[in-house]
Design a protein. Structure first.
Length: 373
C-alpha cells in the first residue's frame, strides 16, 4: 500500500490532524521507540469512532496509546496508526451512599486519585502517584500497596473494534486477576476503553493490606490513619523508590516495575524455598504475601537481587534503578533492543537459579519477550 496523505483529514464533519513518522519515544517514559507511520490524537468519542473507521478503510494496523508509562516500543516503531487517547471529563453520581465517579479514559490517573483523596472518598488512596491514564487501569488491573483497581471499579465502557458498538462491562465481567483482565488476556486488542466508573465510599476507612505501608504509617503515628494520611505516605514511599516521574531523576526513565511478582501455589513455593537456600543469609526470608485466591505472591525484586543484580547495576546504556531492583532504566542513549536484551538476561538467570520464570509487566509493541531477535 502506498503512502497515505497526512495532514487535515475530514471525518464525520470533523477535522483531525494525522501526522506521519512521529517518534514514539517522546510519548514513553522509557524515552525509547521508533516512529509511528501515522499518529493521531483524539479528544472526543466521535473522533475515536471515526478514526477506527478510517483505519479499517485503509487496512492499517492500530495501536492505542495512553500515558506511555507502561510501554516498550520497538526501535523500528509501529507500521500503522497510533491513536493517542486524550478524551477528558468526569461525572459524579450516587449509589446507596456511595459515590459513582465516571472518568473519561484520557484523564490523568494520579490527578484523579488526588481529587478523590481531597474529598475524603475511600477506595483508591493506595494507588496515588501511579503514572498513566484512567483508561489503562482496568486493562492490567493496576495495583499497589495492597490495593487494586478491581476493589473499586464499578463499570467499564469500551468500544468493540469488531462490531463498532459501545459496550459496558461490570466488575465481574472484566475477569480481573493479578495484573490482568479480559482486556489483556482473551480480549486483548479487541476493545478501546472509553470510560471507567469507580464506586467510592465517602469518609470510609482506608484498607491496609501491605506490611511496608503499615510500618510507615505507625512510624508517623497515624493512629488510626485517615485516607489522606495513607495517600501521603504512599506518595512518599513511591518518591523514595523513584516511582514518581521527575525529569531530574534518571531512575524514573523507566516503566516502574518491569516484572510482575510471581504467584505460586504451595508446592511451587516449597520448591522455591529449597532453591533459594544457598543464596540466603542467616535468618533471611524471601518477602511473600498470601493472595485472596489462596496462593502466595513472592517478591520479584528479591529474586533479581539474589540472582546477582543489585540496585544500580549497570549494563551499558541500561541498568537497574539505584532505589528499586524491579525497575529497569534507560541510563541515557539506550535502545528498546538493549532494554529488552537486559530484561531477558535477568529472566534467564533468575530462572536458571531459582526455577521461576519472570513475566514482563509492560506492553511490548513490535517486539516479543519470548522470541530472541
Amino acid at each position: 500500500m502506498g503512502t497515505l496523505e497526512t495532514g487535515s483529514v475530514v471525518m464525520s464533519k470533523q477535522k483531525l490532524m494525522i501526522e506521519a513518522e512521529l517518534p514514539l519515544s517522546r510519548f514513553t517514559t522509557f524515552r525509547v521507540g521508533g516512529p509511528a507511520r501515522y499518529y493521531l490524537r483524539v479528544t472526543s468519542r466521535q473522533a475515536l469512532i471515526d478514526s477506527v473507521a478510517w483505519v479499517k478503510e485503509h487496512d492499517l494496523p492500530l495501536f492505542i496509546l495512553g500515558g506511555g508509562s507502561n510501554l516498550l516500543v520497538a526501535d523500528h516503531g509501529f507500521p500503522g496508526l497510533v491513536l493517542h487517547i486524550d478524551m477528558r471529563g468526569a461525572e459524579r453520581d450516587t449509589d446507596h451512599g456511595a459515590v459513582l465517579l465516571t472518568a473519561a479514559a484520557g484523564e490523568n490517573w494520579h490527578e484523579l486519585v488526588t481529587h478523590i483523596v481531597a474529598r475524603n472518598w475511600a477506595g483508591v488512596e493506595c494507588l496515588v502517584g501511579i503514572p498513566g491514564q484512567v483508561g489503562a487501569t482496568p486493562i492490567q488491573n493496576v495495583g499497589a500497596y495492597g490495593q487494586e483497581i478491581k476493589d473499586t471499579l464499578y463499570r467499564v465502557e469500551a468500544l468493540d473494534l469488531r462490531t463498532g458498538q459501545v459496550r459496558g462491562f461490570t466488575n465481574e465481567e472484566c475477569n480481573f486477576n493479578y495484573r490482568k483482565s479480559r482486556f489483556k488476556a482473551e480480549d486483548r486488542g479487541r476493545y478501546i476503553i472509553l470510560s471507567v466508573t469507580l464506586r467510592l465510599i465517602p469518609g470510609g476507612e482506608p484498607k491496609l493490606f501491605h506490611d511496608e505501608l503499615e510500618r510507615h504509617l505507625k512510624a508517623r503515628e497515624f493512629d488510626p490513619p485517615k485516607i489522606a494520611d495513607v495517600a501521603a505516605t504512599v506518595l512518599d514511599l513511591r518518591k523514595r523508590k523513584s516511582m514518581i516521574l521527575r525529569e531530574e531523576d534518571r531512575n524514573t526513565c523507566s516503566v516502574g516495575s518491569f516484572f510482575v511478582n510471581p504467584i505460586l501455589d504451595e508446592t511451587q513455593f516449597a520448591v522455591l524455598l529449597e532453591a533459594i537456600q544457598p543464596y540466603m543469609k542467616e535468618d533471611e526470608r524471601i518477602p511473600n504475601y498470601p493472595t485472596q485466591e489462596g496462593k502466595i505472591k513472592v517478591s520479584a525484586a528479591w529474586l533479581i537481587e539474589h540472582a546477582g543484580y543489585s540496585r544500580g547495576y549497570v549494563h551499558g546504556n541500561v541498568g537497574l534503578s539505584t532505589r528499586h531492583a524491579l525497575a529497569l532504566i534507560n541510563r541515557g542513549g539506550a535502545t528498546a533492543g538493549e532494554i529488552l536484551g537486559f530484561a531477558r538476561e535477568i529472566r534467564n538467570r533468575v530462572c536458571d537459579r531459582f526455577g521461576i520464570l519472570l513475566v514482563p509487566e509492560p506492553t511490548l509493541v513490535g517486539m516479543s519477550f519470548d522470541e530472541e531477535d
